[in-house]
Write a protein that binds this ligand. Structure first.
Ligand SMILES: NC(=O)c1ccc[n+]([C@@H]2O[C@H](COP(=O)([O-])OP(=O)(O)OC[C@H]3O[C@@H](n4cnc5c(N)ncnc54)[C@H](OP(=O)(O)O)[C@@H]3O)[C@@H](O)[C@H]2O)c1
Length: 256
């Protein structure tokens, strides 16, 4: 049995991952944006689940979420699943960061830096990460806002973060997953890919399933298969730029 945190597990892929892991007998820590959503999650399961609360568009909540997880005890794995989509116009946090960047990139970085030593780290990416990197204006201070581009860039950066973590911490397993375009609230009812197939990879990676998946690190996976990520995510300069941007945006350092 492993203790596994799944962020953004109030609905969608995070909820399903948490549910699958719980059913398999793991000690799952769910995460919800608010106390009300945590309460709704408890009602849904009708058992006494562990659930931490934090809004990832708020810097102090990212830190408090990590503290709350550490208070529960060491975790074996984290699925960095919480994600903000791009339906609306530009939306910025109190610190002036695009919310998409805060939720999709900065929160995984802060939680990675602050949560006590999980061996397995899984970062939810997307096929949409295959875009040109724009690290020189990653926070959209000079460009006109384009939500789908900002979302795509956030998935490029979180993929580079997954690979940076694999490089910096060779004794841990850190991978990025493209779940496919699946029918969740974010994916929309008409999404063409299979929801079940969209959840199995992160569950397998986080629970150290025996077989070849359990030994992978620094890989990009889709439906339990290693596929090629956008080449720039392998570039150490891009990875270091992402780490620097996250450090400067959060004043949190990742251990090297
Ligand atoms: N669905 C797809 O087709 C697809 C494709 C590629 C990648 N992905 C990625 O897969 C992951 C899960 O997506 P999904 O489709 O399951 O999306 P979803 O149904 O919209 O669920 C997103 C989850 O993230 C949480 N979240 C969003 N903003 C948050 C915030 N500010 N603070 C804390 N939690 C927050 C949501 O909580 P609330 O309920 O409180 O909003 C929810 O639990 C995301 O990283 C997404 O980018 C999805």
């Amino acid at each position: 049995m492993s203790r596994i945190l799944v962020t953004g597990s109030s609905t969608g892929l995070g909820f399903l991952a948490g549910q699958r892991l719980l059913q398999a007998g793991h000690d799952v820590i769910f995460h919800a944006r608010s106390a009300d959503k945590a309460q709704a999650l408890r009602r849904e399961f009708q058992v006494d689940i562990k659930c931490v609360v934090g809004d990832f568009s708020v810097m102090s909540d990212m830190l408090a979420t990590a503290d709350a997880v550490n208070e529960i005890g060491n975790v074996d794995a984290v699925i960095h699943n919480a994600g903000a989509g791009y339906g609306r116009g530009v939306d910025r946090t109190q610190e002036g960061l695009p919310t998409i960047f805060a939720v999709n990139v900065l929160a995984p970085y802060v939680l990675t830096a602050k949560i006590a030593s999980p061996t397995r780290l899984v970062y939810l990416s997307s096929s949409m990460h295959r875009v040109t990197a724009a690290i020189d204006d990653a926070l959209w201070e000079k460009r006109d806002w384009r939500g789908s581009q900002a979302y795509s860039e956030s998935k490029l950066y979180v993929t580079a973060l997954a690979f940076a973590v694999a490089r910096l911490w060779p004794n841990r397993f850190s991978n990025a997953v493209d779940p496919g375009w699946v029918p969740t609230r974010m994916g929309g009812a008409g999404a063409p890919d299979d929801l079940e197939a969209g959840v199995v990879t992160q569950v397998a990676l986080a629970s150290a399933e025996t077989g070849p998946l359990g030994a992978l690190s620094g890989e990009f996976l889709h439906h339990k298969k290693v596929v090629s990520p956008q080449a720039s995510t392998r570039d150490i300069r891009l990875q270091e730029s992402v780490l620097r941007l996250c450090r400067e945006s959060s004043a949190v350092d990742i251990e090297r």
